[in-house]
Design a protein around this ligand. Structure first.
Ligand SMILES: Cc1cc2nc3c(=O)[nH]c(=O)nc-3n(C[C@H](O)[C@H](O)[C@H](O)COP(=O)(O)OP(=O)(O)OC[C@H]3O[C@@H](n4cnc5c(N)ncnc54)[C@H](O)[C@@H]3O)c2cc1C
Length: 568
């Protein structure tokens, strides 16, 4: 007699980015699949996110005439992620599998009726590198009417993408809105959004965008295909029999519930962004208070796998998200980002001595690493975003619209510093006035020549994409020379951690000696990323996570027999 309370072919812990892709594949070949989600909401940080997948050589690029190929993408990944000897999950073999299986995974999702598309232009983060793509390799889900989920509609974790008035919109539209007063094209976007919102209201639709659209569509397809999905059921333990993972212990109504998994267990439980103990251990100097990851991101399944002999991979890594936290928003769910801010004209980032120290336009991972690295020699956490009245008039600030009056609390509590001269601003942020003045004069000189000689901001398509699409001659460089001058603090926040256990080219979890923990797979940020310690483009967390979920499911069906019998 089975010593399990229930039996399935495959059990997935966590409803993250690879979970439903894996579930759908297993259902497509008639297997019984269970997804166990700890929180009451489905979708994890993936649903909360922008929902962007980085999948090179995808069919939407071909449709739009954007050149790409396996070889071109491989050359890009080799150039930006190759040679990381201290990143065991970033092997060339795994890169090649990702590049082969990613487009297959997408084709499979499209067959399953998941409506995806290519957003317009979204450059790779190192588009200047060999094989880099300036138009970009990203894929997103089309807006989704969450009411189609019926009884599940309130079980989907919301995305951070919110347009004013709660109007439905995409991440691209959200990026255009701040500029609408200055462009007829973007005014047109607003009209489109309002019209769509009105029609939705009249027809009883509730559209969501970003990660909620992606995970909403995946949830709908998974439920239709018969994937069993249960919320409020945390997995606490792996069951290992004869050296093979054969199931999990979950918690059901406060009691342990043993569930068998004949073909294996996939761990897709996210990272440890909200576990300060693990952060202090692996990522000292970072804080749960700066994270935008979903609340379930507490790392216990990573610890469970490590405790069962899994090898660690890149646990020091996190996907940075340069953040600023205005007073009154400390405990709030969403931490305001400044990614576009310091890459916009009329703004720079300086350390606590008033010195500029990076290309403010680079990838958010490189940016936040840069802050922590700088902080080792010069106080730089927090750093200061410095900007002038031109910035204030034209661009968003910590979630407020361009030109809007800022809350008086921001000034009163010393969050938003203001000076009629650069020297006065410097004194307010306790920086030597001559140093800040010299930093700004040097930067303004670069702007005049349209060339950042210190950090080459603006030399990449990506830096410019982050800036102001309407600013000329540079989208990212603009002088800081119109009083008053301002500063706000910036911290190295994150959208999640980016290291976990080591997995192989089939997403199987490996031990330190390279042997396979049979029956155990991991995807998403519970596993070390195939990208290692670099973030090559938008969607480099979710794209690979979907892909490895799909790869794990295929292996569980086709190759796990050998694993279980010990012939792997
Ligand atoms: C605001 C924001 C925007 C972002 N935008 C993008 C983007 O556009 N593209 C991109 O690639 N990345 C983006 N990221 C990062 C990305 O969202 C995450 O890195 C990624 O979603 C992690 O996916 P995952 O599958 O590993 O985990 P998740 O999607 O977080 O899913 C893990 C799930 O497992 C559950 N869980 C945890 N422990 C247990 C347990 N013991 N038992 C059962 N369930 C458990 C969690 O509650 C959660 O629901 C963004 C993140 C944020 C916060």
């Amino acid at each position: 007699m089975s010593d399990f309370d229930e039996d399935f072919d495959f059990v997935i812990a966590g409803s993250g980015a690879g979970s439903m892709a894996a579930g759908l594949y297993l259902r497509s070949v008639g297997k019984r699949v269970l997804i166990l989600e700890k929180t009451e909401l489905v979708g994890g940080s993936t649903a909360r996110s922008g929902g962007v997948l980085w999948i090179p050589n995808n069919p939407f690029m071909a449709r739009d005439g954007v050149e790409d190929s396996f070889e071109k993408a491989a050359s890009y990944l080799d150039s930006v992620t190759g040679g990381q000897d201290d990143a065991p999950a970033a092997t060339q073999q795994r890169r090649q599998v990702f590049l082969t299986e990613g487009p297959r995974m997408l084709a499979f999702l499209l067959e399953q009726g998941i409506e995806l598309d290519r957003p317009g232009y979204w450059p790779d983060y190192y588009d200047e590198a060999p094989g880099g793509s300036a138009p970009g390799r990203t894929v997103v889900a089309r807006l989704f009417n969450v009411n189609e989920l019926g009884a599940w509609k309130d079980k989907l974790r919301p995305s951070f993408i919110k347009l004013p008035g709660d109007l439905p919109g995409s991440i691209e539209e959200m990026r255009q809105l701040p500029h609408m007063k200055r462009s007829w094209k973007f005014k047109g976007t607003l009209v489109k959004i309002i019209f769509r919102g009105m029609v939705a209201r009249l027809t009883g639709k509730r559209y969501v965008g970003g990660g909620a659209a992606l995970q909403g569509r995946m949830l709908q397809a998974a439920l239709r295909a018969g994937v069993d999905i249960r919320t409020g059921m945390p997995v606490s333990e792996l069951i290992i029999q004869g050296g093979v993972v054969t199931g999990v212990v979950a918690e059901k109504e406060g009691r342990p519930w043993r569930i068998g998994a004949q073909l294996g267990v996939l761990v897709n439980t996210g990272g440890f962004a909200h576990n300060q103990r693990m952060r202090d251990l692996y990522q000292p100097g970072t804080s749960t208070a700066w994270s935008n990851a979903s609340p379930g991101d507490t790392g216990e399944m990573i610890e469970e796998m490590l405790g069962r002999g899994a090898a660690p991979a890149q646990l020091e890594e996190f996907v940075g998200f340069q953040a600023t936290i205005p007073p009154g928003q400390e405990g709030e769910d969403f931490k305001q980002g400044v990614q576009g801010m310091t890459a916009s004209p009329h703004a720079i980032l300086v350390d606590q001595t008033g010195v500029r120290y990076m290309n403010e336009g680079g990838s958010y991972m490189a940016y936040c690493k840069g802050m922590l690295e700088r902080n080792k020699s010069v106080p730089a956490v927090p750093s200061w975003a410095i900007f002038d009245s031109q910035y204030m008039a034209k661009y968003m600030l910590a979630g407020t619209m361009p030109g809007s009056e800022k809350p008086s609390q921001w000034y009163d509590e010393g969050y938003l510093k203001k000076g009629d001269t650069i020297e006065e601003l410097a004194r307010r942020i306790e920086v030597e006035p001559g140093v800040l003045k010299a930093t700004i004069e040097r930067f303004n000189g670069f702007v005049a020549n349209n060339r950042d000689e210190d950090f080459q901001r603006g030399a990449r398509a990506y830096d410019n994409w982050l800036g102001d699409p309407l600013h000329r001659p540079s989208q990212t460089l603009g002088k800081i020379d119109k009083a008053p001058f301002y500063a706000i603090p910036v911290v190295p926040g994150d959208v999640g951690t980016f290291g976990g256990v080591l997995t192989d080219e089939y997403a199987r979890v490996l031990r330190e000696d390279g042997s396979v923990i049979r029956g155990l797979y991991a995807t998403g940020v519970a596993a070390g990323s195939v990208m290692g310690r670099v973030y090559p483009g938008a969607g480099c967390s979710i794209g690979p996570a979907f892909t490895w979920g799909y790869v794990a499911a295929k292996h569980a069906v086709d190759g796990s027999e050998d694993d279980r019998s010990g012939q792997a």
